[in-house]
Design a protein around this ligand. Structure first.
Ligand code: SF4
Length: 469
C-alpha cells in the first residue's frame, strides 16, 4: 500500500462528507487529509491544534476509516500495548526512535500553530508508554515509514483493510436512523450507538472458521453476541450483506443499513427459543435485529404478541421498544445469504455461534420452535452435539411435528416444527395466522410460561398443556 508522506493535502471534493460518514459526525477543524487509503478515501486527517471554540486539541493525526480503526482496536484488545510498553523499557534503540517520533509529532503540530497548553504533550502515550495504537498508526501513515517505529510495527500486523472496498462510498453516505435520527454509514461500524449494537470498536473479529470456533468456545453471552455481530468468516456472505447495505432497496435508500451479522436477541434465560434460517437482506440486514422490518417478521411478531410472548404486535426497527417475553430468537446462519440459500460450508462455519448460544441458555429452555426445515435440521444437529439424545434417524420436519429430545440430567425438551412465516407460505395460505398462533401458543404452554392472555385465547386452538409435543 501507499506509505507516502502526506501531511498537507487539503481536503478536496467529497473528503469532508466522506470523513463525516466515516466518523458518524462532522469532523472538526480539519487541516488536511494526512493520508489517503489505497481505495481513495481519506483514512487519516490532520486536525488544527486549537478547535474553533478555543479548545486545545492534542491529537494531530486521527484515523477516520472505521475498518482500519476497528482492526487497530482488535490489536489493542490483544494486549499489544502492554507488551510494547515493556519493550520500551528494555530496548534502548526502540525507546530512542519512539522519543524521536514524539518530537516529530510536536514539531509538526507546532508548525500549525502554537498552543501553550499543549507544550511538550503529544499523544498516544509517547514518549515513554503506549496508550493508543490508533495515534501511532495515524502518525505512521501520515509521516511515512521510519518515523514512528511502533506505528510501523502495528501496521505490519494488520490485514489489508482496503481490500474489502471503500468503507463509505460517496458524499452524504451516512443516513439518519429512522428512530434515533443519529447518522450511520452502511454497513454500520461497531460501537457507534446503533440501538442494541452488542459490539464495540474493540470487539475481536473472527475471519475464518477456526476463529469462529475459538471465539464461540470461550465467550459469555454478551461476548458471544458482540463477536458474532462483527464476524467476517464467510467471504461470499460478507460481500453480499455489505453490497446490499450499500446499494439498498429504493424504498429504504434514506435509511442506514446494518449490514452485519444478526446476533441472537431476547431473553437471556429463555423458556422458549425460536430458530429461524437467516436474516433477510432488507429486513434484519437493514434493521440489525432478527425478523425485524420484513413481512415474515410482521407475521411472526403479530402472532407472538397474540400469544403473549412479545410486548408489541410489530417489530419495525431496533430501538422500537419491542421485547420478547421468556423467549429468545436466533438464526441458524447469521448473515443474509443470496437467495436465502447459504452454502453447506457457510452453514457449518456459522454453526458454532448457534451452538454456543444454545449451550449457554440451554439450562432455562423448556421448548424449541424451529421455523422451517432448514432451522429444524440445524437445530437438531446442534442439540445432538450438545449431548441431547436426538432420535435416529432424525425426525422429518413438518408443520406441527414435534419431538421430545432427551437431555442429560434434566427433563426432555420438546422441539416443535412450524412452517416458516415467509411470504411464500403466508401468501399461498400454506401457513395461516391461526396455524402460527397454534404453534406458538403450544410452545408457550409446553414451556409453562405464565398464563394465556385473553387476546390469544380467542384466536388459537391450543392443545391442553398435557398434550405431548
Ligand atoms: S454467516 Fe456466520 S460465520 Fe459466516 S460471516 Fe456471517 S456470522 Fe460469520
Amino acid at each position: 500500500m501507499s506509505r507516502q508522506v502526506a501531511t498537507d493535502f487539503p481536503p478536496q471534493g467529497d473528503d469532508i462528507a466522506v470523513v463525516a460518514a466515516q466518523l458518524g459526525r462532522r469532523p472538526r477543524n480539519v487541516h488536511a487529509v494526512a493520508h489517503r487509503c489505497p481505495c481513495g478515501n481519506p483514512d487519516v486527517i490532520e486536525t488544527e491544534p486549537r478547535l474553533a471554540d478555543g479548545t486545545p486539541f492534542p491529537t494531530l493525526f486521527y484515523l477516520t476509516c472505521p475498518r482500519l480503526a476497528h482492526a487497530v482496536s482488535g490489536l489493542e484488545a490483544s494486549g499489544l500495548m502492554r507488551e510494547m510498553t515493556n519493550r520500551l523499557a528494555e530496548d534502548v534503540a526502540l525507546a530512542r526512535g519512539y522519543r524521536r517520533a514524539h518530537e516529530r509529532y510536536l514539531e509538526r503540530r507546532e508548525a500549525l500553530g502554537a498552543v501553550p497548553e499543549l507544550a511538550g504533550v503529544s499523544a498516544g502515550g509517547m514518549p515513554s508508554r503506549v496508550k493508543c495504537l490508533h495515534v501511532l498508526v495515524a502518525q505512521a501513515l501520515a509521516a511515512g515509514e521510519g518515523v514512528n517505529p511502533l506505528g510501523d510495527e502495528t501496521l505490519t500486523r494488520l490485514a489489508p483493510w482496503w481490500e474489502q472496498g471503500r468503507c463509505v462510498v460517496a458524499e452524504g453516505a451516512s443516513r439518519p436512523h429512522p428512530l434515533t435520527g443519529e447518522p450511520f454509514v452502511s454497513p454500520v461500524p461497531p460501537g457507534q450507538g446503533w440501538p442494541g449494537d452488542p459490539a464495540t470498536r474493540a470487539t475481536p473479529v473472527a475471519v475464518d472458521a477456526p476463529s469462529v470456533r475459538s471465539a464461540a468456545e470461550t465467550a459469555s453471552l454478551p461476548e458471544l453476541t458482540a463477536s458474532m455481530s462483527v464476524c467476517r468468516a464467510c467471504p461470499r456472505l460478507v460481500n453480499w450483506r455489505e453490497t446490499v447495505a450499500i446499494e439498498k432497496r429504493r424504498s429504504y435508500e434514506h435509511e442506514p443499513y446494518w449490514g452485519r451479522p444478526i446476533a441472537g436477541w431476547g431473553d437471556t434465560r429463555p423458556a422458549v427459543v425460536i430458530v429461524g434460517l437467516a436474516p433477510a437482506a432488507h429486513g434484519g440486514n437493514r434493521t440489525g435485529r432478527i425478523f425485524t422490518g420484513d413481512r415474515s417478521g410482521d407475521w411472526l411478531f403479530a402472532s407472538l404478541h397474540r400469544v403473549g410472548l412479545a410486548t408489541l404486535p410489530t417489530s419495525v426497527h431496533a430501538g422500537d421498544g419491542q421485547r420478547l417475553l421468556h423467549t429468545r430468537m436466533v438464526a441458524a446462519v447469521r448473515c443474509a445469504p443470496p437467495g436465502n440459500k447459504p452454502t453447506v460450508a457457510e452453514r457449518d462455519t456459522c454453526t458454532p455461534w448457534l451452538q454456543a448460544e444454545i449451550g449457554i441458555v440451554l439450562g432455562s429452555v423448556r421448548c424449541f420452535v424451529a421455523l422451517g426445515s432448514y432451522a429444524w435440521d440445524v437445530l437438531l444437529r446442534v442439540l445432538r452435539v450438545l449431548g441431547a439424545d436426538v432420535p435416529t434417524p432424525r425426525p422429518r420436519f413438518g408443520h406441527g411435528v414435534s419431538v421430545l429430545v432427551a437431555m442429560p440430567g434434566r427433563p426432555p425438551v420438546p422441539v416443535l416444527g412450524s412452517y416458516h412465516p415467509s411470504q411464500q407460505n403466508t401468501f399461498t395460505g400454506k401457513l395461516t395466522e391461526a396455524m402460527l398462533d397454534d404453534m406458538l401458543l403450544r410452545a408457550r404452554r409446553l414451556a409453562a410460561v405464565g398464563t394465556v392472555t385473553s387476546h390469544s385465547a380467542d384466536r388459537a386452538t391450543a392443545p391442553p398443556d398435557s398434550t405431548p409435543p
